[in-house]
Design a binder for this molecule. Structure first.
Ligand code: KG4
Ligand code: ZN
Length: 346
């Protein structure tokens, strides 16, 4: 089965062709970073309009590269949520229209399910069941994953997502958008021990050794950065030290919670995905942890950690293969919990 994947949930237009026999055939991404740069963040209406401009030419290109004609495509997968409503509707309208024109089924894919399954595009992929850490600009969650669609959230952020904390901290430091890669780059020449930023919700109680659970909170970490930089001159060494200390704190929190989650589930595989999983410090720390507790850890390749069409094509293939597809009407969901994929329709 050959599936065309369309990702337009935020500021990247991602297109890919996945084939159940031959794997990923071709994939292309157009990043809108430059378009939003002057605004310090994504402007939803500009994002939607640019998806309209870029999606079809990218689809043509990917089909050409994969030497694929419309007759060879068996289904279409598009991101139907969560994300920016207008941006999602572009992908949904295009996906449904092509499916109608080519007379093939179309399926709306949950963006975070796409991330969750992205490590399965790699050689030697993880197999269900496993424990997952999903870290992106909008989500930070730990989940017990039993099978496709069988997800139980073990913990999630009560305020900012970890990617959002990277983005906000980068803004405070004048490092621009998107913040994650900018912080990681600045941190390379910084001292991670220069500032002792808080690791919220990670202190075990002294008496029984009980831990405070698997939820996250990142807004306090950002506030600590605000306090640390107040009345300071932002020299490049100072910025590097704050970036490195912030990154260290964020990575510590994620690693501690992963360890506790694995203690709880007893899983022998940890899957880590979403934009922040591109962070090399996080990857190194989780590899260390996995060796210490004898659990295997899986990541997507770096380019598939952040938003892309390949993960949507793949998740869509799995759903289409189960016989799932959408009626002719379609919608998009700006908000959508990953636990609710199989219990409600858009
Ligand atoms: O998954 P993604 O591309 O989009 C969403 O679904 O949100 O994740 C984007 C997030 C942004 O917050 C970005 O700053 C963060 O991932 N990010 C990183 C890195 N690369 C991207 N955070 C830390 N280190 C990175 N190398
Ligand atoms: Zn994403």
């Amino acid at each position: 089965m050959r599936v065309l994947g369309i990702e337009t949930s935020c500021d990247d237009t991602g297109i890919a062709l996945y084939d159940s026999e031959d794997g990923l055939l071709a994939h292309r991404l157009f990043s809108q970073t430059e378009l939003h740069l002057d605004y310090g963040g994504v402007v939803p209406e500009l994002a939607s309009r640019d998806h309209i401009r870029k999606a079809l030419p990218l689809i043509r290109r990917v089909m050409q590269e994969a030497n694929t004609t419309p007759e060879q495509i068996h289904g279409i997968a598009y991101t139907s949520g969560p994300g920016l409503a207008g941006a999602l509707l572009v992908g949904a309208a295009l996906g449904r229209s092509l499916a109608y024109a080519w007379n093939v089924p179309a399926v709306g894919v949950h963006h975070m399910e796409g991330h969750l399954l992205s490590p399965m595009l790699e050689p030697d992929p993880p197999a269900f069941p496993f424990t997952a850490l999903l870290v992106s600009g909008g989500h930070t969650l730990l989940a017990d994953v039993q099978a496709l669609g069988q997800y139980t959230i073990l913990g999630e952020s009560m305020d900012d997502a970890v990617g959002e904390a990277f983005d906000k901290t980068a803004k405070l430091l004048g490092l621009g958008y998107p913040g994650g890669p900018a912080i990681a780059k600045a941190a390379v020449s910084g001292n991670p021990k220069q500032f002792r930023f808080p690791r919220p919700m990670t202190q075990r109680r002294k008496t029984q050794g009980e831990h405070p659970g698997l939820d996250f909170s990142f807004s306090g970490l950002k506030t600590a950065v605000v306090t640390a930089i107040r009345n300071q001159s932002l020299t490049s060494q100072f910025i590097a030290n704050v970036a490195a200390s912030f990154e260290e704190a964020a990575v510590d929190v994620l690693a501690i919670k992963c360890e506790w989650a694995l203690e709880r589930t007893g899983a022998k595989q940890l899957v880590v995905a979403g934009g922040v999983s591109a962070n090399l410090k996080l990857r190194a720390r989780l590899k260390q942890l996995s060796e210490k507790i004898r659990v295997r850890v899986y990541f997507p390749r770096l380019e598939f950690a952040t938003d892309n069409g390949a993960m949507i094509a793949y998740a869509g293939y799995l759903r289409l293969a189960k016989g799932q597809h959408e009626p002719l009407s379609f919608g998009a969901r700006a908000r959508w919990r990953i636990e609710d994929i199989d219990t409600a329709t858009a």
